[in-house]
Design a protein around this ligand. Structure first.
Ligand code: PAF
Length: 278
């Protein structure tokens, strides 16, 4: 696996591949890689000719400084995992490479999605996500970019940006990968102590309850009963549990295509999860 830290080195290498007719796949990550990330690499290896994974903990998308400071950075392990997965190129820039002192202002307006759910609880988050993803797209010139469904709203935001800015990039959303007991894999799970790890199962249990009962209960009943998964433990602090239209994330008024989404603090660790219902 080639390791590249400078934007221009990556772009010039990838332009050569493109000239040879090769299709580039990009897997943007913030590192602390788990099976969820590696499944994106596998998808990229399957659908494209050259797979680039990026590892960059993007400061502009953190609205909580402590979260940024404690974000795990096990770079040696990450490199070994990518090597083993068969990734071709790792792009691993420093902060000043992606955010030079003289930088173009980022003026893209995310729109309504910036006000809902994650946007509501993490103001400015998607401004930072779109800013770095745009920079990564410009640098890695991918034909296809792969994202996990765990960040469902992020995928919608990036899809909108790609449409609005007419970027010639195909986006693929890949399934959530779960631990055997249902917990969605996340780089942040590393922060959970054994008691919190157990309490964290409430997220996937509540989602599964909603999915299993979607045709049996009303939307209000589903939400009321699913909320109960979060009341028994003082380790859990639910931010939102919503059942939404999967296209625009508006709260669903009547049954139809639907997704349930949850954000919850487990101790001091904020986790998100979601499940398609119909
Ligand atoms: O999903 C993530 O890990 C990040 O939000 C991303 C897309 C790599 C941008 O920093």
């Amino acid at each position: 696996m080639k390791r590249i830290t400078r934007k221009e080195d990556l772009t010039s290498l990838l332009l050569q591949y493109k000239q040879e007719g090769k299709r580039i796949g990009l897997v943007p990550t913030m590192g602390a890689l788990h099976q969820g990330h590696l499944s994106l690499v596998q998808q990229s290896l399957k659908y494209t000719d050259v797979t680039v994974a990026s590892i960059f903990v993007n400061p502009t998308q953190f609205n909580n400084k402590t979260d940024l400071l404690k974000y795990p950075k096990p770079i040696a392990e990450d490199i070994a995992k990518l090597e083993q997965a068969g990734c071709h190129i790792l792009f691993h820039p420093e902060v000043d490479e992606m955010y030079p002192e003289v930088d173009e202002p980022w003026e893209y307006e995310v729109g309504e999605l910036d006000l809902l759910l994650e946007g509501e609880f993490r103001p400015g988050h998607y401004k930072g996500v779109t800013q770095i993803v745009y920079k990564l797209f410009k640098t890695a010139i991918p034909d296809v970019a792969f994202f996990g469904q765990k960040d469902y709203q992020q995928f919608l935001v990036i899809k909108k940006m790609v449409n609005d800015l007419h970027l010639p990039i195909q986006l693929k959303s890949c399934d959530i990968i779960r631990e055997a007991d249902g917990l969605a894999m996340s780089s942040r799970n590393i922060h959970l102590n054994p008691e919190e790890r157990l309490a964290a199962l409430s997220l996937s249990k509540a989602l599964l309850f909603i999915k299993d009962n979607y045709n049996l209960l009303s939307i209000d009943e589903l939400k009321q009963q699913a909320n109960k998964f979060f009341t028994g433990s003082n380790l859990l602090n639910l931010e939102y549990l919503r059942i939404c239209n999967p296209d625009n994330l508006y709260d669903l008024q009547e049954k139809g295509p639907a997704i349930a989404l949850i954000a919850c603090f487990v101790g001091t660790t904020r986790l998100i999860d979601n499940m398609m219902l119909a």
